[in-house]
Design a binder for this molecule. Structure first.
Ligand SMILES: *Cc1c(COP(=O)(O)O)cnc(C)c1O
Length: 400
């Protein structure tokens, strides 16, 4: 490594956030479960409102060494100034929304996104915040939805569960023209595929529960952005809403990040093979994978993603019946929710249920969703097992 050259991701994933090498100190970032830290009465006040940006650790809900190591590594992986960890992805997103949006403000939200976010946004009008849900793959629709009061545009790319993409650089330009900030839920992409801050986004959010952790054994979330914005978020949202990450979860996720580049390469390679198999499998009507030339936004995927990630969605006839058969017959792939774990996971998401209970889409928006998802999609999180074994398991279970 030449002096001053930025570390490559595989190096950052292992080294960012480690302390200085000192004889007798551990060579990894230790787990620190302490809830309070020795304080200097001249340096630190009692209120979060007096917290300086470089204040030492004080109380674990403000900051703690295990969360700080994770935050340093995440910021570096996203090529951003700062990161703030939360107890879950939803805690990160609700913290960001409640911090950035006040009564009278307006949020533009992707009309396809993590169901919990769509459901959370429906409660915002109770706090005086107006919300417009739009197809964020359609730049004209987003331009139409923007108002002088729009403070935040929140997108997800690829969007759960139909893997629709949104053009981060173009949406950042649009949002900034009206003075709004752009936040990007990049959970499915991970920083290995896409670095939204580098493309002009103001905030990146992650459910660290998924690929970042990678092993399905810790909940966490993060918001990443500029120093000032993240310091304000820490004071306003983390400290007062209280959803601080558990140090043990932070430590597990920090360890998970060490292999993120290698795991994402394996997830994407396997997903590519599995998507190819599904495209020719009898009974499969449609396969959605950003890495396939048949994805309607494959050109954008090539431009915006260095890795097509491990999520594959597919549509079959009689999804509900096939779901029951898969749950019974799959041996290696687990029929379960969540994603981004070493082990392959699959779950069926019926369109009618999702549109009714989470997205509340009607008319043209509902039609457009059905164009992608039919009556329902199988969301397959392709793991890092051998691709041949994953395909063989799917093949035996899909057969009647
Ligand atoms: C899982 C997920 C979330 C929510 O994260 P939790 O850690 O479960 O709270 C948000 N966005 C996306 C895209 C997700 O997949």
């Amino acid at each position: 490594m030449t002096a001053g050259a930025p570390m490559k991701p595989a190096t950052t994933a292992v080294h960012a956030g480690l302390g200085a090498p000192r004889p007798g100190e551990p060579v990894l970032s230790p787990l620190v479960p302490a809830t309070s830290f020795y304080a200097d009465p001249d340096v630190i006040g009692f209120s979060a409102n007096d917290l300086g940006d470089d204040a030492p650790h004080f109380y674990a809900r403000w900051s703690n060494p295990s969360a700080a190591a994770l935050e340093a590594r995440l910021a570096r992986l996203e090529a951003a100034e700062a990161a703030l960890s939360f107890a879950s992805g939803m805690a990160a997103i609700s913290g960001l929304f409640l911090h950035r949006l006040k009564a009278g403000d307006h949020l533009v939200l992707s009309n396809v996104c993590y169901a919990g976010v769509a459901e959370l946004a429906r409660a915002l009008p109770n706090h005086g915040v107006a919300v417009t849900a739009v197809d964020t793959s359609d730049l004209a629709a987003v331009a139409n939805a923007l108002r002088p009061e729009t403070k935040l545009v929140h997108i997800e790319t690829p969007a759960n569960p139909i893997l629709r993409l949104a053009d981060i650089a173009a949406l950042a330009d649009l949002a900034h023209q009206t003075g709004a900030a752009l936040s990007v839920d990049s959970t499915l992409a991970t920083p290995i595929a896409t670095q939204p801050i580098q493309l002009g986004a103001d905030f990146v959010v992650h459910s660290l529960t998924k690929y970042a952790c990678g092993h399905g054994d810790a909940l966490g979330g993060a918001v990443i952005g500029k120093n000032d914005a993240i310091a304000a978020l820490r004071r306003d949202a983390l400290i007062h809403l209280g959803a601080a990450i558990n140090p043990f979860a932070a430590w597990l996720i920090l360890r998970g990040l060490e292999t993120l580049p290698q795991r994402m390469a394996a997830h994407a390679n396997n997903a590519c093979s599995v998507a190819g198999f599904l495209e020719s499998a009898p009974g499969v009507k449609r396969v959605i994978y950003p890495g396939l030339p048949s994805h309607p936004q494959h050109a954008l995927a090539r431009r915006q993603m260095r890795n097509f990630s491990g999520m594959v969605s597919f549509v079959v006839d009689d999804g509900a019946e096939v779901a029951r058969r898969l749950a019974q017959k799959l041996k290696l792939v687990a029929y379960a929710v969540s994603l981004g774990k070493t082990r392959s996971l699959i779950f069926h998401i019926p369109t009618a249920d999702l549109l009714r209970s989470s997205f509340h889409l009607e008319g043209r928006d509902a039609e457009s969703y059905r164009d992608w998802a039919g009556d329902g999609v199988f969301r397959l999180s392709v793991g890092i097992e051998d691709a041949d074994d994953i395909i063989a398991d799917l093949e035996q279970a899909l057969l009647r």
